[in-house]
Design a protein around this ligand. Structure first.
Ligand code: SAM
Length: 244
């Protein structure tokens, strides 16, 4: 029987017992047919993996007994937040899923001038993030947020003191290869990626003014969803987050 991962709020943990209810209970009992004695790993967002056994199952909640605990090693030392311009339908799903798998702390989808789809279904994307976090063994479920305009991105960036890296398709001087020398290894990072239509010149200038370093991802124009994964991977490598 595969040991599945479940996420609970910290308040669900009471010493060596954990209460599972709500959607996670429904998924465990009605979809996965969990029974008394079944095993699971439970994350309460505190960086600890709790290896549990189902002790009892009620009508709308079950009790896990905690057998052992281990530190979850799947989180990055410093938080990397991905700001991604909204792209068409399932490609945004792909960006969220890959962001969770690669250790991104939060995904913030935003509308900029060249965005065609002005809305996203955050609830659906949160479900994609939850499934991806279970699959790859994260200690937390990365947040998915929606920012209605580029101004909101700039406002958050201006208030942020860590590394800020923008993938800009018209960047001709700074390569992503060089970010190792441009970022602090011990700071959180914001990554910024445009939509299918890319960034306008003004958005580029405003992002620079907000402290972003703009980098080229190479001599080819990548799809937005490719660029998001590519920039994340290189940032993880450049900040030592892919080391064992
Ligand atoms: N409309 C733009 C054009 O045709 O030049 C392309 C935008 S690209 C499809 C989507 C986003 O991916 C860009 O806004 C940028 O953030 C990123 N991107 C794609 N290729 C890139 C590259 N070679 N260098 C830097 N960023 C890139």
């Amino acid at each position: 029987m595969e040991i599945r991962r479940f996420f609970v709020p910290e308040c669900a943990v009471e010493k060596d017992r954990i209460i599972l209810d709500g959607e996670e209970f429904n998924h465990a009992v009605r979809v996965l047919r969990y029974k008394k004695g079944y095993k699971a790993v439970v994350s309460a967002g505190d960086g600890v993996d709790r290896y549990c056994t189902v002790e009892s199952i009620g009508k709308d909640s079950l009790v896990f007994k905690v057998d052992t605990t281990e530190k979850n090693l799947a989180e990055t030392r410093n938080k990397i937040t991905l700001y991604q311009a909204v792209i068409k339908g399932s490609k945004t799903d792909f960006v969220v899923q890959k962001a969770v798998e690669t250790g991104i702390f939060a995904v913030k989808l935003f509308v900029s001038q060249n965005v065609s789809e002005k809305e996203v279904n955050v609830k659906r994307l949160e479900r994609i993030a939850l499934e991806a976090a279970k699959q790859c063994g994260r200690a937390i479920v990365p947040k998915v947020e929606f920012l209605p305009d580029f101004k909101s991105v700039l406002k958050e960036a201006e208030a942020f003191s860590g590394n800020k890296i923008m993938a800009y398709e018209n960047e001709s001087k700074v390569s992503v290869n060089d970010i190792g020398t441009k970022i602090s290894q011990n700071a959180d990072t914001l990554l910024l990626v445009g939509s299918e239509g890319g960034f306008t010149q003004n958005e580029y200038l405003d992002a620079k003014a907000a402290g972003f370093t703009s980098v080229s991802l190479g001599r080819r124009i990548l799809r937005a969803e490719t660029a998001a994964l590519f920039l994340t991977a290189i940032t993880l490598y450049q900040t030592g987050e892919t080391a064992l």
